[in-house]
Design a protein around this ligand. Structure first.
Ligand SMILES: O=C(O)CCC(=O)C(=O)O
Ligand SMILES: [Fe+2]
Length: 359
């Protein structure tokens, strides 16, 4: 069912099309160890042609004139917080190590209300609003399937909500959340610039989990491994058996915090691939769906013996360090998802609440 062959980072490839307690354990084990997992893309609700359609749209959008993109800049008050277009070098994901901002453009799309984007969209995206809404919906549904599997493997009692424990807290019909669909474009540069220049600086994501869609022949993603080395993440870890690249899933800081560090939020980055003789440098397009809980979801301890066992083994010190419900802010404090996001931004980037943030 799973395979670690064909990818140096060793990220397992798992088939979740027939969910079972074994599949749940397998996927929990993968995200507890690597923070990343590949999910085979068949019968998981996101048809490959829909993914391709989004990449076509992304290409159209990023090739539009700057004035068209700038109309919906992330800096415009009309776009709303963390939404809209980021021009080249706007975002610096690893400010401590970067002289220049990331070599990328991005467009962040927040939640849809009754199928309509809650922000202005530039022409090429506005024309395909329903396609984008449908795609975001498919992504969210897949995230909920994964959240069911995590809750199942964590053995949350049915009296507490059982397998629905996480997904109820991500139920978009109940209120707003920080979820974002992000189109990314990393233009190729014939002679990669300075050694310190990078397509996306080292960072971890902020939310619950992220889905990442990549295209064949456009590598560049790397994860930081346990021994503090960078390992490349392939686009398709088993090209001989998988006709379409699997969907890459990674855990964000919030879900790691919520599970007291059991699920790992792994640092990753996107580099310029090493130039190879005779191989032309490639643009890279990727699409990320950052799934967040409802803003008002309270990050109370997960009612799971698996997570509780971890707390008692690691003791009170650890609980306070990573902790929830009695964590950093005070004994009785329970953060909401929105508080967590705001703290995460402030701690990492010294950002004020109003400034744009990435993941
Ligand atoms: O483009 C990629 O492959 C990764 C992007 C990413 O990690 C992010 O935007 O958080
Ligand atoms: Fe990321």
């Amino acid at each position: 069912m799973s395979s670690v062959n064909g990818n140096e980072a060793g990220i397992p490839v798992i088939d979740i099309s027939s969910p079972s307690p074994d599949v749940a354990k397998e996927i929990l084990h993968a995200v507890a160890k690597y923070g990343f997992v590949f999910v085979k893309n068949h019968e998981v609700g996101i048809p490959p042609e829909d993914i391709q359609g989004m990449f076509d749209l992304s290409r159209d959008f990023f090739s539009s004139p700057s004035e068209v993109k700038a109309e919906c800049s992330i800096h415009s008050s009309k776009s709303g917080k963390n939404r809209g277009w980021l021009s080249m070098h706007t975002e610096t994901l690893d400010p401590a190590h970067q002289k220049r901002g990331d070599f990328k453009e991005a467009f962040n799309i927040g939640e849809f209300v009754n199928g309509k984007a809650d922000q202005p969209l530039p022409g090429p995206l506005a024309a395909e609003e329903s396609r984008i809404a449908n795609f975001a919906n498919q992504c969210h549904n897949l995230c909920n399937k994964l959240l069911h599997l995590f809750a199942s493997a964590l053995e949350i009692p049915s009296t507490e909500g059982g397998e629905d424990w996480f997904s109820l807290r991500h139920d978009r019909t109940k209120g707003p959340s920080g979820s974002v669909l992000r189109l990314l474009y990393y233009p190729s540069i014939p002679n990669p610039p300075d050694l310190n220049d990078i397509r996306a600086g080292a960072h971890s994501d902020y939310g619950s989990l992220t889905l990442l869609f990549q295209l064949p022949s456009q590598p560049g993603l790397e994860i930081l491994t346990h021994d503090s080395t960078w390992a490349p993440v392939p686009v398709n870890p088993s090209p001989s058996t998988l006709a379409t690249p699997p969907i890459l899933v990674n855990i964000g800081d919030l879900l790691s915090y919520w599970t007291n560090g059991l699920l790992k939020s792994t640092v990753h980055r996107v580099i310029f691939p090493k130039p190879e003789p005779g191989v032309e440098s490639q643009d890279r397009y990727s699409i990320a769906y950052f799934c967040h809980p409802l803003d008002e979801a309270r990050l109370v301890p997960v009612p799971s013996k698996v997570v509780e066992g971890l707390r008692s083994v690691e003791g009170e010190g650890q609980k306070i360090k990573v902790g929830y419900g009695g964590g950093a802010g005070g004994v009785d404090e329970v953060l909401t998802a929105k508080d967590h996001l705001n703290r995460r931004l402030a701690a990492t980037y010294g950002l004020k609440e109003e400034e744009p943030a990435a993941a």
